[in-house]
Design a protein around this ligand. Structure first.
Ligand SMILES: Nc1nc2c(ncn2[C@@H]2O[C@H](COP(=O)(O)OP(=O)(O)OP(=O)(O)O)[C@@H](O)[C@H]2O)c(=O)[nH]1
Ligand SMILES: [Mg+2]
Length: 287
């Protein structure tokens, strides 16, 4: 039983994080984050660290920390998400079919997940240093209806996908599956799961599909600001179990994020910069 692995010290109602809304934009940049008290910096940069103390000693922490870059590496990665005349970040194209999208040389990463899980919001948070890049989010599930491509200079491309499940566009299967199977420059798929509800049947089907495709993918737990530590740890541990027992192509460490208050955004930027070969990490043992 998963509960048994949680420490008695766990306070189920403790919120993972609350940052006043008006100060959120300031958190887009590590420059401002580094001014905050060290404990806060630690949890913004490495969200798992704040939950670690609530885990029973018997739980192996290393599986949650495979990718644990230095702050300097995160600073390096951040510069890629800043638009400049020589490194332009912009919306490129929307497409309903893969054959409508030009082949691109630069590596690509894409974001998939159930409708409303927070795909577009996460991309918006990643690009928050370049607010002129418009990424549309909505409370209504099924909002993103096409594959939306964003170019990050000549470094890489980010693709926001329509969601599956409730109110998903009818042709999700015709649109997204062929992309995942055949897109040559796709280096990583990020499969998002809502941290406040955990893995759903549709997510398990999506994981099965990713396994069948046999391309590397990474689980991302979204909206971690919405639940207490108890719910979140339960979600995280059961996700870990599925990843460990049922997957071959999935990265063993789920990444935790909140697009609302920026938890984990810097780590994800660094992960993307790393997997697209856009930066070299100082610690090369990280993979
Ligand atoms: N509390 C909280 N809400 C979030 C977060 N991320 C997204 N949301 C909210 O979730 C809703 C859906 O967000 P979207 O980013 O549009 O979701 P999506 O996965 O792109 O949805 P589709 O395009 O319909 O597939 C919006 O109301 C967002 O404000 C988060 O980190 N925390
Ligand atoms: Mg969307």
């Amino acid at each position: 039983m998963l509960y048994l692995r949680l420490s008695r010290r766990l306070q189920p109602r403790t919120q993972v994080g609350s940052v006043p809304r008006q100060s959120v934009h300031k958190l887009a940049s590590l420059k401002n984050v580094r001014m905050l008290p060290p404990k806060k910096v630690q949890s913004l940069l490495y969200p798992f660290s704040q939950m670690e103390t609530y885990l029973d000693r018997s739980v192996d922490r290393t599986q949650f920390q495979h990718f644990h870059p230095s702050v300097e590496d995160m600073v390096k990665a951040e510069t890629l998400f800043l638009s400049s005349p020589s490194h332009k970040i912009d919306y490129y194209i929307s497409a309903e079919r893969l054959d409508h999208v030009p082949a691109l040389k630069q590596p690509e990463v894409c974001f998939i997940g159930r409708s409303n899980v927070g795909k577009s919001s996460l991309i918006k948070a990643l690009f928050s240093l370049t607010p002129e890049v418009e990424v549309r989010v909505s409370k209504t599930p099924g909002h993103t209806k096409k594959m939306n491509f964003f170019r990050v200079g000549r470094a890489f491309t980010v693709v926001d996908m329509p969601g599956y499940g409730h109110r998903a566009p009818k042709d999700f299967v015709d649109m997204v599956e062929p992309y995942l199977y055949t897109r040559k420059n796709l280096v990583r798929t990020f499969l998002l799961v809502d941290g406040s509800v955990g893995l759903q049947q549709d997510d398990l089907i999506a994981m099965e599909m990713c396994e069948e495709i046999r391309r590397p993918y990474v689980m991302v737990v979204t909206k971690i600001d919405k639940s207490g530590y108890g719910t979140l740890l339960k979600v995280l541990l059961s996700l870990q179990d599925v990843v460990r027992t049922n997957t071959m192509s999935c990265f063993p460490q789920p990444l935790l994020v909140s697009s609302l208050n920026f938890w984990g955004i810097y780590l994800l930027r660094c992960f993307i910069a790393h997997v697209t070969g856009s930066i070299s990490l100082t610690d090369t043992s990280l993979s």
